[in-house]
Design a binder for this molecule. Structure first.
Ligand code: ZN
Ligand code: ZN
Length: 258
């Protein structure tokens, strides 16, 4: 069974679905899900916006937990947050930890002003350098989330990422991930765009060349309509790149069969 390993519900302030609704949508689609609520400590615009009570999270969601409905967390990495984040990752019984970059140099890259004074090349370089810094500080995670998140928001005419523009930095990121036996997430949000598929094919293919083996597939759904969206496009991309699709239960890697 395929799993949609990245989505948001009750505990993410920007989501509009509940876990039971997401579970029902997944059941109808014949897939499993992992709930990965936002956990962004020291969020620049609002430090408390993407944090919540983890005891309540487990108390409220455990009745819905099953072998097809798993409970994870999307940790927004920032150097200043690493020590505290590493503690809670160890402290709670998550199925999967998605490590993501939402902030670079203390700026929220969702916001247009984060790019003030930066060329596209400089913005992407900052992101990759910060990713490398964070990957030194965060070791206890399962998959690196949406490497093309910046492409959703960066205010440049061409929003795609090109491996060749920052080959050495991408190689460092992928070598580090592969060496630590981590998975790479193929986020399906932008896979309606052929150019996004092309960009990710090159990046995921390079991850494979550098020893990467595993990918997770995640929709980043915030609404029930998006649960499992374009999972088949991501699965085809994984197959093209000879990458094995996995998900995580109790932090153990499991091979997913389409
Ligand atoms: Zn995210
Ligand atoms: Zn997310």
């Amino acid at each position: 069974m395929l799993f949609d390993t990245h989505m948001h519900a009750d505990f993410s302030c920007d989501a509009k679905m509940t876990l039971p609704e997401a579970a029902a949508a997944a059941k109808a689609a014949g897939i499993g899900i992992i709930l990965t609520e936002h956990w962004d400590r020291y969020y620049p615009t609002n430090p408390d916006q993407f944090l919540f009570d983890l005891d309540t999270y487990f108390r409220q969601n455990t009745p819905w937990r099953s072998d097809k409905v798993l409970l994870g967390l999307e940790v927004g990495m920032q150097p200043a947050a690493a020590a505290e984040d590493n503690k809670i990752i160890k402290q709670y019984p998550f199925d999967e930890i998605v490590a993501s970059m939402h902030c670079v140099q203390g700026k929220d890259i969702y916001e247009e002003r984060a790019y003030d004074g930066l060329s596209k090349n400089e913005a992407v370089e900052e992101l990759l350098r910060d990713t490398l810094t964070c990957l030194e500080l965060y070791k206890d995670f399962d998959t690196l989330g949406h490497i093309d998140y910046i492409s959703r928001y960066m205010p440049y005419e061409d929003q795609e990422l090109y491996y060749a523009d920052h080959a050495a930095l991408w190689d460092q990121v992928f070598t580090k991930l592969a060496g630590a036996d981590k998975a790479l997430e193929i986020n399906t949000r932008r896979l309606d765009k052929p150019q996004a598929v092309d960009s990710l094919r090159v990046l995921a293919g390079r991850f494979r060349e550098l020893g990467g083996r595993y990918v997770t597939l995640g929709s980043d759904a915030h609404y029930t309509e998006h649960v499992g969206r374009r999972l088949e496009v991501a699965a085809a991309l994984a197959a093209e790149c000879d990458l094995t699709i996995v998900y995580f239960r109790e932090r153990q890697r499991i091979i997913a069969h389409a």
